[in-house]
Ligand binder design. Structure first.
Ligand code: SAM
Length: 389
């Protein structure tokens, strides 16, 4: 029997779409039975076509997307009576167990203009479906910690109806029970550690680690999200998820040790709490240390650094921001001489004005972190200039 293919939309933080695509292609190539076609990449996401099983499984193996939607229907619609009719005739019992759900509508250049009215019409249509198709006790007994989410996008009178397959956002992993000050979102952290493309046998250091998110995401990038629930698990569809190739994870993790340092004792305690939840087999250490003080960590041979310093918004910085970032770069170059070095710098600091000493810019990734425009600079040691000095 030939397989049926469905359209999925992976929501990805703007600016990180290319990394999201690379992750998708790399991880799905390790699946035993996976047919997947990239349909489109746009700001904020990627559209793919694949089987239901693979589309749902992506929730467990991908670290960069925020959410994965399954397209349910695509139809022309210019008025509310037709919208109501289409929605009430759709077979909701495959995806919902009762009418309670959240509707998110957006509309652009269409006769269906009023998003509130669209959302209300969709809710009424779903209620009508369940009046005509009473849910079974088994369906009513299925409980989840948040209502299912339905997305409706209307562009040029064309309606795209989708359902969320994820539940709580994908960046919510189960290890981060303790939150530090100005933490980075886990999926953004995952994208940045992935972008570093660390050399084998490296020691990874975050000298301003806060609650440790960048290090934790590096250590778990190839570990499936298996300790949480997903919205698709409540769908009433008969399917089995394909098995992962068992060796794929360990082979990709090239880091030998993880070290997190922070000037703030509370941040270090937070990171240590989260480490307990992570149960990582890799060696981790968290220590209180001021980056600008002499006598930092004992130097290992092959060090890489990733860090997300304060931007001067939520954490106040008294000096000029460009001088502050220059001080951070100089301290990291001097203390660790990293082979690969990734640093987030707010866009308000022109990185072209910073002195990079013996380092070359390998890549600049622009995105927003907590509503602030930032660049992630990936620097590589310039081997030629170092051997000449
Ligand atoms: C933006 S936060 C890092 C957040 C972290 N990436 C996370 O997800 O939790 C910046 C961190 O830099 C630390 N910090 C500020 N000045 C420092 C210094 N001189 N040495 C070491 N850490 C410092 C702060 O205590 C704060 O935890």
């Amino acid at each position: 029997m030939s397989k049926q293919y469905y359209t999925f939309f992976l929501i990805i933080p703007p600016g990180l779409e290319n990394l999201g695509k690379m992750e998708l292609l790399q991880k799905t190539s390790a699946l035993s039975d996976c047919n997947l076609t990239l349909i489109d990449q746009q700001i904020g996401g990627i559209t793919i076509e694949t089987t239901l099983e693979v589309g749902f499984l992506l929730n467990k193996i991908l670290k960069i997307p925020t959410r994965i939607l399954l397209r349910l229907e695509h139809f022309k619609c210019r008025d509310f009576p037709r919208l109501y009719k289409k929605i009430s005739k759709f077979k909701w019992s495959q995806y919902l167990n009762q009418p309670a759900c959240e509707i998110h509508a957006s509309t652009q250049t269409s006769r269906l203009l009023n998003t509130k009215r669209i959302e209300q019409t969709v809710l009424e249509g779903i209620e009508q479906f369940f009046k005509a198709n009473t849910p079974t006790k088994k369906m009513l007994d299925k409980k989840f910690n948040q209502p299912p989410q339905i997305f409706l996008r209307v562009v040029d009178d064309l309606v795209t109806l989708s359902i969320d397959t994820t539940g709580d956002r994908l960046n919510i992993r189960n290890y981060r029970t303790h939150i530090g000050f100005a933490p980075i979102r886990e999926n953004i952290a995952a994208a940045l550690v992935y972008a570093l493309n660390l050399p084998p046998h490296t020691h990874l250091i975050d000298p301003m680690c806060g609650s440790g998110t960048l290090l934790f995401e590096s250590a778990t990038f190839f570990t499936p999200n298996s300790t949480r629930e997903f919205a698709f698990e409540l769908f009433n569809l008969d399917m089995t998820l394909p098995t992962l190739l068992s060796t794929a994870n360990d082979l990709k993790d090239t880091v030998l040790t993880y070290t997190g340092l922070d000037i703030n004792e509370h941040a270090i305690e937070t990171a240590k709490h989260n480490l307990k939840n992570l149960k990582s087999p890799r060696p981790f250490q968290f220590l209180r240390q001021d980056l600008f003080m002499e006598g930092c960590l004992k130097k290992a041979d092959l060090i890489s650094v990733i860090t997300n310093p304060p931007y001067g918004k939520r954490i106040t910085i008294k000096e000029n921001l460009t001088s502050y970032y220059q001080k951070i770069l100089d301290a990291i170059f001097k203390n660790y001489r990293p082979i690969v070095f990734g640093i987030i710098i707010p866009k308000s600091v022109n990185y072209k004005n910073l002195k990079l000493r013996n380092y070359l810019i390998n890549e600049v990734i622009s995105f927003q972190n907590g509503g602030i425009k930032v660049n992630f600079l990936i620097l590589h040691k310039n081997q030629t200039s170092i051997s000449n000095t």
